[in-house]
Design a binder for this molecule. Structure first.
Ligand code: TYM
Length: 328
């Protein structure tokens, strides 16, 4: 199993957690897992170097605080394993220009960046993601709904490579959780929760409890009064119910019953409590881990060493299959 997350925001948000990270933690028992903080992907848009370094550490600390266990899973930083970039190049040479141009995340992001700030790296971003996955022969990739297309590209390229050069890669299955695969923005509930949307609709795990409560209190809802799930007509309320259900373990049907005859305000108040109760210990643990930077860096170095053992083997096989002369 392999998955990755970008360190760009400093703090992960509820969408990252419910859509992906919770599965990272839950699935650790079922397979050998490789989890990486994808700093190479983070520089496809302009970055501040000091901030990137800080955010990479904070990301690793949050993953550990959420329950990624380094004794079972390899937790590492992508740039510590040079094979990602090396396999990325080989896979780029197998990808059609038009095929890469069809990636909807690229279309969205490049539109947001504007032509002058759209780099070639942003265009080839999904192919580096393909390399991340194939290097570890991952059978399963736990991600949110927005990554589905990148996973399809991964499967296509794995099949293409295998067909052209002989069985080399495992063709991975996407693992998208039922329920919270697409957490919506609290202010713009027609879009998925994302750090890049304007407004206060993104709930970060490291937000102060007061900030979280305020964001939830001011979530956009419709003009009705009933707390019922109806994705088409009540996307805002449905989203709040989904988040509540995912964190509290109560089903959406149960919640509808519990809030029968009560208003949106009650739901928001209770949800703010549920979220802050969940994040409080995660925040505390994240700060403790960040206080011992040497230990955190040791954990990441061990993770990278384990990752390299597997990655180097795959890359050597790939280099041989494509016809590179081995160094004497
Ligand atoms: P990233 O860093 O944007 O997001 C990390 C994970 O969080 C999920 N996610 C969401 N799930 C539900 N609702 C949301 N609102 C929401 N927002 C984000 C994402 O689906 C993702 O699983 N390209 C990837 C990073 C990556 C990767 C990989 C993932 C690089 N290499 C290899 C898997 C395998 C990305 O930008 O995720």
């Amino acid at each position: 199993m392999l998955s990755g997350i970008q360190p760009t925001a400093g703090s992960f948000h509820l969408g990252n957690y419910l859509g992906a990270l919770r599965q990272w933690v839950d699935l650790q028992d079922s397979a050998e897992a490789f989890y990486c903080v994808v700093d190479l992907h983070a520089i496809t848009v302009a970055q501040d170097p000091a901030e990137l370094r800080r955010n990479t550490l904070t990301s690793a600390a949050q993953l550990l605080a959420l329950g990624v266990d380094p004794s079972r899973s390899a937790l590492f930083v992508q740039s510590h394993v040079p094979e990602h970039a090396q396999l990325g190049w080989v896979m780029q040479c197998l990808t059609g220009f038009g095929e890469a141009g069809r990636m909807t995340q690229f279309k969205d992001k490049s539109q947001r960046q504007g032509a002058a700030n759209t780099t070639v790296g942003l265009f080839t971003y999904p192919i580096l993601q393909v390399a991340d996955i194939l290097l570890y022969q991952a059978a399963r990739v736990p991600v949110g709904e927005d990554q589905r297309q990148h996973l399809e590209l991964t499967r296509d390229l794995a099949v293409r490579f295998n067909g052209r050069f002989g069985e080399t890669f495992t063709v991975p299955e996407v693992f998208i959780p039922p329920g919270a695969a697409k957490v919506l923005d609290l202010q713009t509930p027609e879009k998925q929760m994302s750090k890049s949307l304007p407004g206060a609709g993104c709930v970060f795990l490291l937000d102060e409890p007061k900030v979280t409560a305020k964001k939830i209190r001011s979530a956009v809802t419709d003009t009705g009064r009933e707390v019922v799930a109806d994705a088409a007509n009540k996307p805002g309320i449905t989203n709040l119910l989904t988040i509540h259900s995912a964190l509290s373990g109560r089903t959406v049907a149960q919640l509808e019953q519990d809030f029968d005859g009560r208003g949106y305000g009650d739901l928001k108040k209770e949800l703010a409590e549920v979220v802050t109760e969940f994040v409080a210990p995660v925040q505390q643990r994240t700060h403790e881990l960040l206080d011992d930077r040497a230990e955190l860096e040791r954990t990441l170095a061990e993770g990278a060493a384990r990752a390299r053992e597997v990655a180097a083997g795959t890359l050597a096989q790939v280099y041989d299959r494509v016809g590179f002369l081995p160094p004497a």
